[in-house]
Design a protein around this ligand. Structure first.
Ligand SMILES: Cc1cc2nc3c(=O)[nH]c(=O)nc-3n(C[C@H](O)[C@H](O)[C@H](O)COP(=O)(O)OP(=O)(O)OC[C@H]3O[C@@H](n4cnc5c(N)ncnc54)[C@H](O)[C@@H]3O)c2cc1C
Length: 412
């Protein structure tokens, strides 16, 4: 039996906290808790109610180095790892998952993607602007008729004789697609488009960086009346004979499926971390309320059925916390190969968060059903996480497929 002692340079391995593995991670979390309490929480309800994205607050995330959390410092980023990205998503979502979704779409779906896959010129030209918040970005993959079967996408890019590309098609459900009520499109888009077929007849997908002002790039209509995540804008994007210079093609023609799949792994762990924030806040609300509120002359927590809500929520919350940070710890911002667990954490955590938010609402009774008590907003926001970035069914399919080739993963 191991009793204390040194493991991997740690004086006492039992002190190790998987959610705060280093001093730097703990400091990041503390800084975020202050920021969230002072700046995020006061605006969350009103932006949800009015379905408005808080662009001003978003830009402040740049001042704190959060918009380029995984980007090397030489480009204006914080140079941190997947655990740090998970911490940011957890802490922002403790208060405002809608605002966090806008953060995630920018910092992890576009900015990280560019830092990993862009060339030197693209990185030097664009990363400082997106890390500071001067430019707000989005990632456009889904289309009106293609979501889960994303490789069926119909947006095309055709190369011209002068080397420029002409892009035609519509993208759908794009977080940060428009920045305001006037429909101002995102400053910069990470766009996937079809550029032909490979020799086996599979679609060749390429990535283009489309910038505001390029001819033929337009914001579509903002999607209103979403169930949750109303603090972020979701819209269509239109590419109508959009002209993109050769310099804005990322990587090789037809070579994007790899970096699309790699970035989806980061997206999924980040969405799972958002679920963790929702679960923690919901559990905390139900736990406090169960002591404060009396029924039949006793605190609610004296009743067995309420104990079940609290007890199950605690154990599920602790399980998701461990699974998420254990997966984050083993991931590299620029590498793929963790699909089993990036799908696994999202499959588990999103439904657990939704259930814990639901129990919180149940424990709070009528008060849980109104905005002031927060959990109704978290309950609505939680549902999106079972759909966006891959549906539950897509995770079940991927896990089952990956385990078919790798039974050994179960015994590791
Ligand atoms: C608020 C919001 C923000 C979003 N942000 C972005 C963004 O920034 N960028 C972006 O590109 N996309 C974004 N999306 C799109 C999101 O990723 C898609 O909605 C998601 O991938 C599902 O695609 P779909 O909606 O077309 O559903 P579909 O793919 O049509 O699926 C409908 C149902 O069928 C099921 N299904 C489909 N295929 C199978 C199968 N083979 N086996 C079993 N079941 C199956 C699905 O699981 C689901 O239950 C966003 C969506 C929302 C709602």
């Amino acid at each position: 039996m191991v009793a204390g002692g040194e493991v991997n340079g740690m004086d006492d391995w039992r002190q190790f906290d998987i959610a705060n593995p280093t001093e730097e991670h703990s400091m990041l979390r503390e800084m975020l808790r202050d920021f969230v309490r002072e700046e995020v929480e006061p605006q969350a309800l009103i932006h949800d109610r009015e379905e408005r994205f808080n662009l001003q607050l978003f830009r402040k995330l740049g001042d704190y180095g959060l918009l380029g959390i995984t980007v090397p410092e030489e480009y204006g980023g914080a140079g941190m790892d997947v655990t740090a990205a998970a911490i940011v998503n957890e802490e922002l979502s403790y208060s405002d998952p809608g605002f966090c979704l806008a953060y995630l779409a920018h910092a992890l779906l576009m900015v990280n993607n560019l830092a990993v896959n862009g060339n030197d010129e693209q990185k030097h030209r664009i990363l400082p602007k997106v890390c500071s918040g001067e430019w707000v970005s989005c990632m456009a993959m889904s289309e009106p008729d293609y979501g889960t079967d994303v490789l069926g996408m119909q947006t095309t890019a055709v190369e011209q004789e002068d080397g420029t590309w002409v892009i035609n098609g519509n993208k759908m459900w794009i977080t940060n697609g428009v920045l305001d009520e006037a429909g101002t499109p995102a400053d910069i888009v990470w766009l996937y488009a079809r550029t032909g077929e490979d020799d086996r007849g599979r679609p060749a997908i390429s990535t283009f960086i489309v910038e505001h002002g390029m001819p033929g790039y337009k914001g579509g209509q903002k999607i209103l009346d979403k169930t949750g995540m109303r603090g972020s804008n979701t819209s269509e994007l239109v590419f109508d004979d959009c002209i993109v210079p050769a310099a804005n093609l990322v990587g090789n023609v037809g070579g994007s499926i790899g970096h699309m799949m790699r970035n989806l792994e980061l997206e999924r762990i980040s969405l799972a971390a958002m679920s963790l924030g929702i679960a923690r806040r919901s559990l905390s609300a139900m736990n406090r309320y169960a002591s404060e509120r009396q029924a039949f002359g006793k605190p609610l927590r004296n009743f067995g059925q309420i104990q079940r809500h609290i007890g199950e929520s605690w154990s599920e919350y602790r399980a998701m916390r461990s699974y998420i940070y254990d997966t984050a710890r083993r991931m590299d911002v620029g590498e793929s190969g963790n699909r089993l667990d990036s799908d696994g954490v999202k499959l588990f955590a999103t439904t657990v968060a939704k259930n814990i938010a639901d129990r919180a609402m149940q424990v709070l009774g009528g008060y849980g059903y109104v905005g002031e008590y927060v959990v109704e907003r978290l309950w609505r926001d939680a549902k999106l996480l079972e759909i966006g970035g891959g549906t539950l069914e897509s995770h079940q399919k991927n896990i089952s497929r990956d385990l078919a080739d790798n039974n050994a993963a179960i015994d590791e």
